[in-house]
Ligand binder design. Structure first.
Ligand code: EZ4
Ligand code: CO
Length: 403
């Protein structure tokens, strides 16, 4: 028995907000987990402090599965991003502790290495096609093998995926939600031109990806998928909002462009039909929003039965704690596809010292026992929470739309 003595929530904002749970045991071993839910951070802080931590004290840190079930079934109120982010943080911290006690890097506890490195994709974006093209060239120079390309749309002031800072993309940009404007017609006409230009300039060796960010109807998504077929995308992401999993049946009937979805899912149930009916190619659920490593493994194993591979969400709102955990997970599982990798600023990396490294298009987990990520609490304290929201999106006539 390795008794949990104390648990605390650390909120810090070194340029953006992060919520971290630290669990300490009687033996002095501790583990940390990421509980960041972009734009709704304090809801998870309160869930953890008021409702999770009191039940954690005195439990056996080694009983990871039982603890997961305790907080999932035990809450009575199942699922949801707040609950599942809180459970995720507990789960990550407990896996960190177990691996530290075993004196092994986390991937060893998950079955050992299945590959030599974790292929990632970076984010290239620009206000217009030429600027995006320049950014893609930069990522190729930095050694990336896969690149997500987004671009501004003529006639629209701003859109998803186009940032001011090219190296450090950050959508949670305002004290109150900023507003984007959207036109599906303009978007659908423009995006095939972007990929035509990129393929002419860079050929077919580099993997190209694109994120639609839930803005189309199934038949519009089918049209886009069809129009992009000749440019052979690695994947087309989040074409439609996925509350209706059956939407993907229609898209699938019309296009062979590979489909990815799931960054906002928080349980296996959100993806069950999509996976079982083989309606998608990549599942994007991620460690801090889908119940931690324990639940993510369950999703990945289920997906493996249907030849669906993983492509875990890895935005800047995933703290280095999540990235560390993900790189171990990606290293170990058989059906890994690709890992999203949005770099953090040097300031963030200093608050969260870590052992994963990037080189020649791949991330490596490192050999430190645990997930290999720590938090400098003294430094973290210097950056108090700052409210910041993701944007909202309206049609040109003012109708509230999907961001
Ligand atoms: O909009 O993480 O694929 N990546 C994404 C992200 C999400 C943000 C939301 O917090 O869609 O940029
Ligand atoms: Co996305």
């Amino acid at each position: 028995m390795l008794k949990i003595k104390e648990a605390k929530v650390i909120v810090t904002c070194p340029g953006r907000n992060f919520v971290t749970l630290k669990i300490l045991t009687e033996d002095g071993v501790y583990g940390i987990g990421d509980a960041t839910l972009n734009g709704r951070e304090l809801a998870v802080v309160s869930y953890l402090s008021e409702h999770v931590i009191p039940c954690l004290i005195g439990r056996d840190a080694h009983q990871i599965e039982d603890t997961w079930q305790y907080f999932y079934r035990g809450a009575y109120w199942r699922k949801g991003p707040v609950t599942m982010s809180a459970i995720a943080a507990v789960d990550m911290a407990l896996w960190d502790i177990k691996a530290k006690v075993a004196n092994l890097p986390l991937y060893q506890l998950l079955g050992g290495k299945s590959r030599n490195g974790v292929m990632v994709y970076g984010h290239a974006n620009g206000r217009d096609i030429s600027e995006t093209q320049e950014q893609v060239a930069k990522y190729i120079d930095m050694g990336y093998l896969a690149i997500r390309a987004q671009t501004g749309i003529p006639g629209l002031d701003s859109t998803y995926g186009v940032s001011n800072d090219k190296m450090f993309y950050e959508p949670a940009d305002a004290d109150l939600p900023s507003e984007n404007t959207w036109s599906t017609e303009k978007y659908l006409d423009h995006i095939p031109q972007l990929f035509e230009r990129l393929r002419i300039s860079f050929g077919f060796d580099v993997h190209l990806l694109h994120d639609v960010h839930h803005r189309l109807t199934p038949i519009e998504a089918a049209r886009l998928g069809k129009a992009l077929e000749e440019f052979r995308l690695f994947w087309l992401e989040d074409t439609v909002p996925a509350e209706n999993q059956e939407s993907f049946r229609l898209i699938r009937q019309h296009t062979v462009t590979p489909l990815a979805v799931g960054e906002i899912f928080n349980t296996i149930w959100d993806a069950k039909d999509l996976i079982q009916e083989q309606l998608i190619d990549y599942i994007r659920t991620t460690v801090m929003h889908a119940g931690g490593l324990t639940h993510l493994r369950r999703i990945a194993d289920f997906a493996a039965l249907y030849n669906v591979r993983t492509g875990c969400h890895g935005p800047t709102d995933a703290s280095p704690v999540s990235f560390g955990t993900l790189v171990h997970f990606d290293t170990a599982i058989p059906n890994f596809g690709i890992q999203e990798y949005m770099r953090h600023t040097p300031e963030i990396d200093e608050v969260f010292p870590h052992n994963y490294t990037f080189s020649e298009g791949y991330l490596q987990p490192g050999e430190t026992p645990g997930h290999g990520v720590d938090i400098n609490e003294t430094l973290a304290e210097k950056f108090p929470y700052q409210r910041s929201y993701l944007p909202i999106n309206r049609l040109q006539d003012g109708t509230m739309f999907n961001w």
